[in-house]
Write a protein that binds this ligand. Structure first.
Ligand code: DGL
Length: 265
């Protein structure tokens, strides 16, 4: 970390989903400027293997080196699951993923005897990262389930209704978890539907909120006095990313988009 308060963050995601993490950063005004890069040309990462995810992530890192960022946040759970160590080893700035913060959020809110359901992409679930870190914290009552169909549903802006209900029924069946880790960037957008699926209160852990708590607690981010500016970059179709950002981020009117460009990746 440089000698000043961290003001400029890079946020990396496989596509548009990382906007859910940006939303939390904006709500808490943690940075003056956010450089967002979504690898929209190569999404999804969640169905790719470990080596591919590492290679794509290291390429994205090269892109972020063009900016004077103080910290890189990998909003993507699949990247956080498979590439965080490789990124940390070579990055000239701190790199934080969303899995450690998610686990920390669990330990603060959930009793270790609770039944915890972890949902995410195939990559995130097969990496066993959440499971391993939770076990180290004495959480042993775990069910980990890949739920990749939720990703295209969210991308199609299906946040409720029959298709989503059928998909939840397919994945959740009669499970009765006390808490659910939303281990994928897209899932906060269907958090209400997931909560409503269960006829009792289950606690949902959201990567965006978890990372805000983590950054504040570790002194890796300070609240800013102004509304953060975001520069959007995408490896394909940046205009679509910008359009989705306007829809997902700015209902509350905070922050502003200053540019949107296709990156060389
Ligand atoms: N961003 C990814 C994640 O959080 C979901 C989309 C993808 O598979 O790339 O794991």
């Amino acid at each position: 970390m440089k000698g000043h308060n961290p003001l400029r963050a890079g946020v990396f995601d496989s596509g548009v989903g990382g906007l859910t993490v940006v939303k939390s950063l904006l709500e808490h005004k943690l940075f003056d400027e956010i450089i967002y890069f979504g690898d929209t040309a190569r999404v999804p990462y969640g169905s790719k293997d470990k080596n591919t995810i590492i290679r794509y992530s290291l390429e994205a890192l090269e892109f972020f080196k063009n900016f004077d960022i103080d910290i890189l946040i990998t909003a993507c759970n699949s990247v956080s699951a498979y590439a965080i160590q490789e990124l940390q080893e070579v990055a000239p700035f701190p790199v934080v993923g969303v899995i450690e913060p998610g686990v920390l959020a669990v330990t603060k809110r959930i009793d270790p005897n609770s039944l915890i359901l972890i949902i995410g992409t195939n990559a995130t679930i097969s990496s066993h990262q959440y499971q391993t870190l939770l076990r180290k914290q004495n959480f042993h009552n775990l069910i980990a389930k890949p739920t990749p169909l939720f990703v295209p549903l969210v991308e199609e802006e299906i946040f409720e209704g029959e298709i989503l209900e059928a998909t939840m029924c397919h994945y959740f069946g009669n499970l009765r978890p006390d808490a659910i880790i939303l281990g994928c960037t897209h899932f906060p957008l269907i958090a209400d539907a997931i909560s409503n699926y269960f006829d009792y209160k289950t606690t949902l852990i959201h990567s965006g909120e978890a990372i805000v708590e983590y950054l504040e607690q570790r002194g890796l981010a300070m609240p800013s006095t102004k509304s953060p500016t975001i520069k959007f970059f995408a490896s394909e179709n940046p205009e679509k990313l910008k359009k989705i950002a306007k829809l997902w981020l700015y209902k509350g009117g905070e922050g502003k988009i200053s540019s949107s460009t296709t990156s060389p990746i």
